[in-house]
Ligand binder design. Structure first.
Ligand SMILES: [Mg+2]
Length: 263
């Protein structure tokens, strides 16, 4: 276990369900896709659900732990085919766009995200987004949330070729930043992918968003649990003022010491 007394040398952070709540956005997006398919192809809700689940399971089974395994375009293309239709190029692309447009318009950034990463910037601490999924949609999310300047580096599983918790994605992210002394922080919502992954790969100090406290307390991979980023802001401010205070005490001591020895 780590303690929260040292400023981090670098802060890595997950995107989905860490910077915003995933479930409501996904639900709204699926509703929009369902109603579009109902309007255009008269697909009933039960058939939609069955075909979508089958298509998603098939894509995941074929692609394993890769960024492409999350592709909504692949899910919808296969779903249409699972409904007994031929491949529908325009409709497949349209459903993908419908999904992400509805997703983004329903997704809400958690409180304190911008302020927290701005504070890290002021403290000269590199901020790295480490995220599964394809690069295009992850960059779109950052633009949508106006987080373009909140991260110094974005690393996606698509560009690394492996997904969290594979250690290569964390090691790759760290190899791309210049950092000073201090612990590596990893902030995320998944115990397996973010906490265990970063703990095993780079011995990170881990922060879990949300989660069930009792269960989490038994998880050795989780160092700190937090609710939203307003919880983390005072933490980082507290550490930085304690660090600077002790540094100025040392400086005062050295100054006094050198003055008295000069007397
Ligand atoms: Mg996540």
């Amino acid at each position: 276990m780590h303690s929260n007394t040292e400023l981090p040398a670098v802060v890595m952070c997950d995107l989905d369900n860490t910077l915003y709540e995933y479930d409501p956005a996904h639900k709204a997006a699926m509703n929009a896709v369902r109603s579009k398919l109902n309007q255009t192809m008269s697909v009933k809700d039960d058939d939609f659900t069955r075909a979508f689940n089958a298509a998603k399971a098939e894509v995941k089974a074929m692609l394993g732990n890769t960024a492409g395994s999350h592709s909504r375009l692949l899910y919808f293309k296969r779903m249409i085919e699972a409904l007994g239709l031929k491949t529908q190029p325009l409709l497949s692309l349209d459903l993908e766009q419908t999904y992400w447009r509805s997703f983004l318009s329903s997704a809400q950034l958690l409180p304190g995200v911008k302020e927290f990463f701005e504070e890290l910037h002021c403290l000269n601490i590199p901020r790295v987004l480490v995220t599964d999924l394809t690069t295009q949609i992850q960059l779109r999310k950052l633009i949508y949330f106006e987080l373009e300047s909140s991260f110094d580096l974005v690393v996606t599983s698509e560009e690394v070729g492996v997904e969290k918790p594979d250690g290569r994605i964390f090691n790759y992210a760290l190899s791309k930043v210049t950092r000073g002394r201090g612990p590596v922080w990893m902030i995320g919502d998944s115990i397996e992918k973010d906490m265990i992954g970063a703990k095993q790969a780079v011995n990170a100090h881990t922060f879990l968003r949300g989660g069930m406290l009792r269960r989490v307390n038994r998880q050795e991979s989780v160092d700190t649990v937090f609710k939203d980023f307003w919880d983390l802001l005072p933490l980082i401010k507290g550490i930085s003022s304690a660090v600077f205070e002790s540094a100025s005490n040392v400086a005062d001591f050295n100054l006094t010491h050198s003055l008295s020895s000069n007397e």
